[in-house]
Design a protein around this ligand. Structure first.
Ligand code: PBG
Length: 323
């Protein structure tokens, strides 16, 4: 009771604040997303995501080197193929953009951990995350393709695969296929609780993956649901997920916290494109202090319970943390 208790005593100087700080960020916590496209010498800025680029394999390798030098341990790759078709065949093509990028990065920077996003939406002409029949995404047929995609990434040298499609049973199907092909040591980071979110808007421009009809609400989760996230996560862990992820991050800090409290596996959180673009836009207008907002957002995601943060801010934040 006041005046005995004065919490301000422990806030008096930066030194004491540093000593009692409960949450600390490190570049070790970050995973940086990269967008790989076809061609050579391509580095095209994504208009809704300033500072992020679609890059051809040669440019990606240089960019990955920069990421590694900042002390960020890992990148996650997304592909923009030259051709899209009904079955997303570019996703499991041995000579696909992501497969090429994995080989090139692992060849030049073996210490950088390469994760791949496993999904069909960047490769299908209709932009959905699976095979379409009568306007609906077919779950079980899609699993075969996702498994093929994951195996082709592993064969190219990926260190970890990250399924983001939200089909039922995909983690189990991918685990089985990887093991069958001799990749029992490749971990799976599942996008376990992934919500049907408007915060993915800028990413869809970046990955050219906007659905041509309908939306993703028949497979991604309803933003209103909290308990269902625990069910999704439990199923993925049962099926063999090594790391589980919540996505998006900011509007879902309660979910991150629930998952952290309920399970003993590392928790990832995806600080998605819309969360990034909002900060960039307001920063550009001079409405907020962009750098401080960035660090506050990242620390809040960590405080909520995330061990790993996938974020387009990784390089900028690492620069600040490395000072
Ligand atoms: C699907 C995928 C998406 C994102 C990552 N993987 C988009 C979607 O589900 O529509 C979104 C990432 C972001 O917004 O930053 N392959």
């Amino acid at each position: 009771m006041f005046p005995i208790h004065r919490p301000r005593r422990l806030r008096k100087s930066e030194t004491i604040r540093r000593m009692v700080r409960e949450t600390s960020l490190s570049p070790d916590n970050f995973i940086y997303p990269l967008f790989v496209t076809f061609g050579k010498g391509v580095r095209k800025e994504i208009s809704s995501m300033p500072g992020c680029y679609q890059e051809s394999v040669d440019k990606i390798v240089r960019h990955a080197k920069e990421v590694c030098l900042l002390g960020i341990p890992s990148v996650i790759l997304f592909g923009i193929p030259e051709h899209k078709d009904e079955t997303g065949s570019g996703a499991y093509d041995e000579h696909g953009v992501v497969q090429k990028a994995i080989r090139a990065i692992k060849d030049k920077i073996p210490e950088l951990l390469v994760i791949t996003d496993v999904c069909m939406c960047e490769y299908t002409s209709h932009g959905h995350c699976g095979i379409i029949k009568d306007g609906d995404v077919l779950n079980d047929l899609t699993l075969e393709l996702l498994a093929k995609e994951a195996v082709s990434h592993a064969r190219a040298g990926a260190d970890m695969v990250a399924p983001s499609d939200m089909m039922d049973g995909r983690v189990g199907a991918i685990r089985l296929a990887l093991d069958d092909d001799g990749f029992e040591e490749i971990p799976i980071m599942s996008y376990a609780a992934k919500y049907a979110s408007a915060f993915y808007g800028p990413f869809r421009e970046a990955a050219e993956s906007t659905p041509q009809f309908g939306d993703r609400r028949s497979y991604q989760m309803d933003p209103a649901n909290r308990r269902e996230a625990l069910k999704e996560v439990a199923l993925d862990i049962e099926e063999g997920a090594d790391i589980v992820m919540v996505k998006p991050a900011l509007s879902y800090l309660d979910i991150i916290s629930d998952v952290k409290d309920s399970f003993d596996v590392p928790v990832g959180a995806y600080n998605v494109s819309g969360e990034y673009s909002l900060v960039k836009a307001a920063g550009k207008l001079g409405w907020v202090d962009e750098k401080r907002i960035m660090m506050e957002i990242l620390v809040s995601i960590k405080r909520a319970g995330a061990d790993l943060i996938l974020t387009y801010f990784a390089k900028e934040a690492a620069k600040i943390l490395n000072k």
